[in-house]
Design a protein around this ligand. Structure first.
Ligand SMILES: Cc1cc2nc3c(=O)[nH]c(=O)nc-3n(C[C@H](O)[C@H](O)[C@H](O)COP(=O)(O)O)c2cc1C
Length: 353
């Protein structure tokens, strides 16, 4: 499984991208390049992105790099090993109305190029989150988005209602795409009508920006994306994990205790990228690209496909600094190419044959 940063060893390294072996350009050109470089050093690129342009308050992030749900818990423990305050946002663990113990072990299995998980939404429940976690977030520079999960529309609505007015929370990410639970979750994310119903029901009880996280386990992502946009979503994250499994041939049984789990990591990146590209063709609200992102080049691919921001998941499990190195790589790319504002890169690959 790849989880390294894209440094000079990468075949796509930014440092190697420019060919220095050709003839020297004329002096005035060199001078103007030097002036631009000097100017760029004094004026770092603008990395700010708006995740909820339709929302009255909006949701502006300092930069487009986020940690995906389920990776950094509630942020506090992860914050001890990586400087999460510099990130665009963090999404906390999927939260339900009552605490959940999750699925039986084993819950994690490595596969070629990926990770299968069947954690099953283990979490402390919304009341404990409000009591114990949200107060910590009020002093944080990084916005925290709460990932909300449920088995019924009423449960999603109840969790969102409880979060209303709680200080320290900048937005809700509605998880209608979890493949690891027996009820709810993905059922909502594979049916456009249900996806729209749960989105509008939650929208009606929250004043927070509402992001809806879609499942890749569908035939046509455009249909679901349009449904949740029409139902009032402020933004869409895509994708959650792909349903998958592995079998232990010595024990002659499935590796995961839950039999089936969700596949994440580099193996799913092309699928996720394609879904962002397709969704970006039909919706006007911001997209948050997620799936196999492990370096700045990956993140830039998603941005060029149409994502306003990116979320890093599995890669951050093996390298907690990956989000920051990705952010630095994006900034370096922009400086090298004299891109002043990251917004200029969003969706640029869509306009080329
Ligand atoms: C261990 C683990 C736990 C996860 N928990 C959640 C969760 O609680 N809510 C959610 O919406 N997605 C959850 N996900 C999905 C990720 O947020 C992300 O959408 C997915 O893993 C694809 O991104 P990646 O390939 O960068 O990991 C989880 C993923 C993993 C690996």
């Amino acid at each position: 499984m790849r989880a390294e940063t894209c440094d000079g060893d990468s075949p796509h390294s930014f440092d190697c991208a420019q060919d220095s072996s050709g003839p020297l350009p004329p002096v005035p050109f060199l001078l103007s390049r030097a002036v631009i470089k000097f100017w760029a050093m004094r004026n770092p690129p603008d990395l700010r992105v708006q995740l909820a342009p339709r929302h009255p308050r909006g949701l502006i992030l300092a930069n487009p790099v986020m940690i995906a749900a389920g990776i950094a818990g509630y942020g506090s423990e992860y914050g001890e090993i990586a400087d999460i305050q510099k990130l665009g946002a963090i999404v906390c663990k999927g939260t339900t109305l009552v605490p959940r113990e999750g699925n039986i072990q084993p819950r994690l299995v490595e596969t070629a190029g990926g990770l299968l998980n069947s954690v099953g939404l283990e979490n402390i429940g919304v009341d404990a989150l409000i009591r114990e976690k949200a107060p910590l977030w009020t002093n944080w520079q990084v916005p925290v988005i709460v990932n909300v999960a449920g088995e019924t529309i009423n449960e999603y609505v109840a969790v969102a209602s409880k979060l209303e007015g709680v200080a320290g929370i900048s937005g809700i990410e509605l998880n209608i795409s979890c493949p690891n639970v027996s009820a709810g979750g993905m059922e909502f994310g594979v049916d456009p009508e249900l996806a729209a119903r749960v989105t509008s029901a939650v929208k009606s009880v929250t004043s927070l920006p509402l992001i809806v996280k879609l499942s890749p386990n569908v035939t046509d992502i455009k249909e679901i994306a349009l449904a949740v946009e029409g139902a009032g979503a402020d933004a869409i994250s895509l994708i959650n994990t792909l349903r998958g499994m592995a079998i232990d041939i010595d024990q002659r049984k499935p590796c995961l205790g839950n039999v089936v789990g969700g596949l994440s990591g580099p193996a799913i990146k092309p699928v996720a990228l394609c879904m962002v590209f397709e969704a970006a063709r039909v919706v006007r609200i911001p997209l948050l690209g997620c799936g196999g992102i492990a370096c700045a080049e990956d993140a830039l691919e998603f941005i060029m496909a149409g994502a306003t921001a990116v979320q890093i998941g599995t890669a951050a499990l093996t390298n907690p600094h990956i989000c920051l190195t990705t952010l630095e790589g994006i900034e370096r790319f922009m400086l090298d190419r004299e891109v002043e504002n990251v917004v200029e890169l969003i969706g640029v690959a869509r306009h080329k044959p």
